[in-house]
Design a protein around this ligand. Structure first.
Ligand SMILES: [Zn+2]
Length: 215
């Protein structure tokens, strides 16, 4: 393509993509970063760091990785709102690493955008057994049908909860009431509200996220 792929810095110190190139900042040329001694391992982990994604309206909608965020910026889909002080170098130039990006066009987020999966149920329930309210590693949790399948209980957001094996065994093929167990909270679909709680959990370690998440 050979077209220029410059990014300019606007008055607020943000990078503005001028050409929607497909350049990956991570794939630097041989004459790449001389001034920086980010070794490849550190750089690889840096590229996986979480980036908060805001809708055009500044509403937080997602968390992505630095690598993906930089692609969105280079494509002109998003622009950085907050930056780390770290840079990654491509053959041509240095790119500051985004911490928060914002989509330039508003995107409609469906009410229930998460797929029903074991991973997402555990995420929603924060790896907490919904009966004994203890936190477990994912490998020590199973999914419990609150109303057992044998009683017509469905595999749905409202009827599946994270459950440790011990509680799952003691519950057996019974409802929580019959088994003398109480749900920590009523299971709900993974909504934007749930996502925001998770964003806040992740965002605690990056103060650049706070003004978008805590208000
Ligand atoms: Zn339990």
């Amino acid at each position: 393509m050979g077209a220029n792929r410059h990014m300019s810095v606007d008055s607020r110190g943000r990078y503005t993509p001028e050409v929607a190139g497909e350049v990956m900042p991570g794939s630097e040329g041989p004459a790449g970063s001389r001034s920086h001694n980010l070794n490849s391992t550190r750089r690889a982990s840096l590229m996986q760091e979480p980036v908060l994604v805001l809708n055009a309206t500044y509403e937080p909608i997602n968390v992505t990785a630095v690598r993906r965020a930089m692609v969105l910026m280079l494509k002109g889909v998003a622009q950085a709102e907050e930056m780390h002080n770290t840079e990654v170098h491509s053959a041509a130039r240095a790119h500051r690493v985004p911490s928060v990006i914002r989509l330039l066009a508003y995107r409609h987020i469906p009410q229930q955008s998460r797929a029903l999966s074991r991973k997402n149920i555990l995420l929603r329930d924060r790896n907490t057994c919904q009966f004994c309210v203890r936190v477990f590693p994912s490998s020590e949790l199973t999914l419990d049908h609150v109303v057992p399948r044998s009683r017509g209980g469905r595999s749905s957001w409202e009827n599946l909860v994270a459950c440790c094996y011990r509680c799952n065994n003691s519950k057996g093929d019974r409802t929580p009431e019959e088994a003398g167990l109480k749900l920590a909270r009523r299971p709900r679909p993974f909504t934007l509200h749930t996502s925001r709680q998770l964003m806040r959990l992740i965002g605690h370690r990056d103060e650049r996220w706070h003004k978008y998440l805590f208000y």
